[in-house]
Design a protein around this ligand. Structure first.
Ligand SMILES: NC(=O)c1ccc[n+]([C@@H]2O[C@H](COP(=O)([O-])OP(=O)(O)OC[C@H]3O[C@@H](n4cnc5c(N)ncnc54)[C@H](OP(=O)(O)O)[C@@H]3O)[C@@H](O)[C@H]2O)c1
Length: 282
């Protein structure tokens, strides 16, 4: 039997491939041109040619939050219809489906808690969060054998593959450049490497339903930059600003912090996650 990794070229996908290899689990990780979840024919042709997966990891998504807002069709085609297509294939092939979702399903409308657990009712603040929530709902509606893992502010990739927040900040801190960073929005952190190991655990234990996987505490981007700056012994001056001074196409919730009440995960503090991740930047 083989696992299928959809989205294996992404931040989380690289670590998942490493963790599966380390665990001795055989897997297939097609590129998005070999298996394009936004295309009916690509999905049906792929599953006609490749049948027996015991576990399908659906990591693939349109993850650009602002693009989902300015071009809603991209999020809809990939995160909603793409997820639905894979859910149907998982049922047909009798596979266990593991879907990665996001803290972005919370914090919209009048919802303004500091952090969210699995029992909080979703209420997305933007179209990315809405599209991922529709993805979750498709899976729950279509599949019996599924596991949804929500994570938040994922970091990973190291100097060669990281294209997110920290990859822009670390070089500036190393050059002791001054920085202005948003301090009025919070989130919990997920090190993609830790999540990948948890996804391998799920392969064996066949966890079901929904769990949250993120740091046990939360921080603002400002807190994170200060902490990384101290680790790098940077002399950069770091100034906190309100998010209103840094407008983005997609509204962000006040909090993207998660906690878990499922007892499936033993999560670290965000400071420890940063320290672990910074080992990749040595
Ligand atoms: N990043 C975060 O902070 C965060 C937080 C919470 C949850 N998540 C969720 O975690 C999962 C993994 O995130 P990530 O940061 O690793 O993503 P990522 O680095 O942006 O990678 C996205 C992956 O999806 C693939 N993909 C995109 N469109 C596709 C399509 N039409 N068909 C097949 N594959 C397609 C990409 O393939 P190519 O680029 O090779 O085409 C890539 O492998 C996502 O589901 C995301 O929603 C992310």
């Amino acid at each position: 039997m083989t696992a299928l990794v959809i989205g294996g070229s992404g931040t989380l996908g690289w670590y998942l491939k490493e963790s599966l290899t380390k665990a001795g689990i055989a897997y297939l990780a097609p590129s998005s041109s070999e298996l394009d979840i936004a295309s009916d024919s690509s999905v049906s042709n792929f599953f006609l040619a490749n049948k027996s997966f015991d576990t399908i990891y659906l990591l693939a998504a349109e993850t650009n939050v602002d693009l989902c807002e300015t071009n809603p069709e991209s999020g809809y085609q990939i995160n909603v219809l793409g997820t639905e297509r894979i859910a149907k294939q998982a049922v047909q092939s009798g596979s266990y489906l593991v879907y990665i979702s996001t803290s972005g399903v919370f914090g919209g409308g009048s919802q303004n808690k500091w952090r969210y657990c699995e029992l909080d009712a979703p209420s997305p603040a933007n179209l990315y969060g809405t599209s991922k929530l529709f993805g979750e709902q498709s899976i729950i509606r279509i599949c019996k054998n599924y596991f949804i893992v929500r994570s938040s502010w994922m970091i990973g990739g190291g100097p060669s593959r990281d294209k997110k927040f920290l990859s822009k900040i670390i070089p500036m801190l190393r050059e002791n450049k001054d920085l202005t960073v948003v301090h009025d929005k919070i989130g919990s952190l997920t090190y993609a490497k830790d999540l990948a190991d948890f996804l391998v655990e799920a392969y064996y234990k066949k966890y079901t339903n929904i769990t949250h996987f993120a740091s046990e505490n939360y921080a603002s981007r400002y807190d994170i930059v200060k902490y990384v700056g101290a680790l790098l012994k940077s002399t950069s001056k770091i100034k906190g600003i309100d998010s209103t001074q840094f407008p983005l196409p997609a509204p962000r919730p006040m909090s993207e912090a998660l906690y878990s009440i499922t007892n499936l995960t033993k999560n670290k503090k965000w400071e420890e996650i940063i320290e672990d991740y910074m080992q990749e930047w040595r």
